[in-house]
Design a protein around this ligand. Structure first.
Ligand code: OSB
Ligand code: MG
Length: 382
């Protein structure tokens, strides 16, 4: 399969409500959409990068730059037998995983469409539905948080994840348990806001029977997490610390976590997400699909990967309306039953593209053609 053309579109859409974490506040989703063309077929990808480099080292501009300067010219330079080739081809470049994943995702969708398969089927997914949870940002008060939790429980979400930060941790978790009881599937995500000096506070969280605590310590740490895991009953789930299957292997060997959050963008694409899924499965470590407030294309990719068998914990892949008034796919991604999404069976990502919504949200676009390459960039021959 030869990729003949790639389009990049930068879009910006407002979030229904601001999303606050220990890293900052998001009011809009800004991202890059990728289209990869082969004959009459088009595959779609979405970069899940944030507009400022607080979660990882990339931002929307660096993703565009890496795609334009290196990744698109390299993709044009040879035939692709299978989407797994793309991950190998890009492996010479260090990091920049969200840039790689955006283009690789478009190739996976294209490959699935060319072969008349759903993306889930192409990836080896076995589930026809997936259970989903919700990730709730830091609210201005505990009362506001309780109101939101109540609404999401009523909507049937299968996991309630609450963002915490120093000064907003034990009290809100205790309040949720007091109001809604011990049976609500509850977890906390700290986005690296603590250190081992906070160990006494983190141990207090053990009282609340959380399914897990996500990334309590530094974004680049697996050593201190292992120390902390030995002291905690609550399973630690790693998010920011895991970029590769090798990272996952080392974290599991060290005992730094008992669960891993797989985000396709963070790990460089679907091929690598699947690799981490398979490794975790062989080690008895359950995984779930994290989110980056994706628009519909990225969300559809998440649904497809979450259909693999070891994605046994509900993910952060909530329906479109949890985030946006309007989404870039149609129909909107929505519950088939409370807390449950169907895995599409139509070719590729299984959703149609809402071109009018993309036009409304468009900031910048550019097309690149394999036979009109202007670049002289020299890329190692992988
Ligand atoms: O840590 O999981 C995270 C959003 C942006 C950056 C990091 C994270 C998140 C979320 C939102 O938790 C998950 C979602 O609903 O998409
Ligand atoms: Mg997280």
């Amino acid at each position: 399969m030869k990729i003949e053309r790639v389009d990049l579109q930068r879009i910006k859409i407002p979030l229904n409500s601001p999303f606050e974490t220990s890293m900052g506040v998001e009011t809009h989703k800004e991202c890059i959409l990728v289209r990869a063309y082969h004959g009459p077929h088009v595959g779609f990808g979405e970069s899940v990068v944030m507009d400022v480099p607080v979660y990882n080292e990339e931002d929307v501009d660096t993703v565009w730059y890496m795609l334009e300067k290196y990744l698109i010219p390299q993709l044009f330079s040879r035939e692709i037998e299978h989407p797994d080739d793309v991950s190998r081809m890009f492996s010479w470049m260090r990091r920049n995983h969200m840039a790689k994943a955006a283009l690789e995702g478009a190739v996976w969708d294209l490959y699935a469409r060319v072969n008349g398969m759903s993306l889930s089927q192409a990836l080896g997914g076995t589930r026809s539905t997936i259970d989903v949870g919700v990730s709730i940002g830091i609210e201005p008060t505990v009362e506001k948080l309780l109101e939101r939790v109540e609404g999401f429980i009523r909507d049937g979400y299968k996991k309630i994840k609450v963002k915490i930060k120093p000064g907003f941790d034990v009290e809100p978790m205790r309040a949720i348990r007091q109001k809604f009881g011990p049976d609500v599937p509850l977890m906390a995500d700290a986005n690296s806001a603590y250190t081992l000096q906070d160990i006494d506070m983190l141990k207090e969280l053990d009282d609340f029977g959380l399914i897990m605590i996500e990334q309590p310590l530094a974004h680049d740490d697996i050593i201190d997490h292992a120390t902390l895991q030995r002291e905690l009953k609550t399973p630690i789930c790693l998010d920011e610390s895991i970029h590769t299957a090798e990272d996952a292997r080392k974290a599991i060997e060290l005992g730094s976590c008992r669960i891993i959050n797989i985000k396709v963008g963070r790990v460089g694409g679907l091929t690598d997400a699947k690799k981490i899924h398979d490794l975790c499965q062989s080690k008895g470590i359950p995984v779930w699909c994290g989110g980056m407030l994706e628009a519909g294309i990225g969300r559809a990719h998440n649904i497809a990967i979450a259909s693999l068998s070891n994605f046994s914990i509900p993910g952060d892949t909530s329906p479109s309306h949890r985030y946006f008034a309007e989404d870039i796919v149609t129909p909107l991604i929505d519950f088939a039953a409370p807390g449950v999404l169907d895995v599409p069976t139509a070719p590729g990502i299984g959703f149609a593209i809402n071109e009018a919504a993309i036009r409304d949200a468009l900031v910048e676009h550019k097309s690149y053609f394999a036979n009109r390459q202007s670049t002289t960039t020299v890329i190692p021959n992988y």
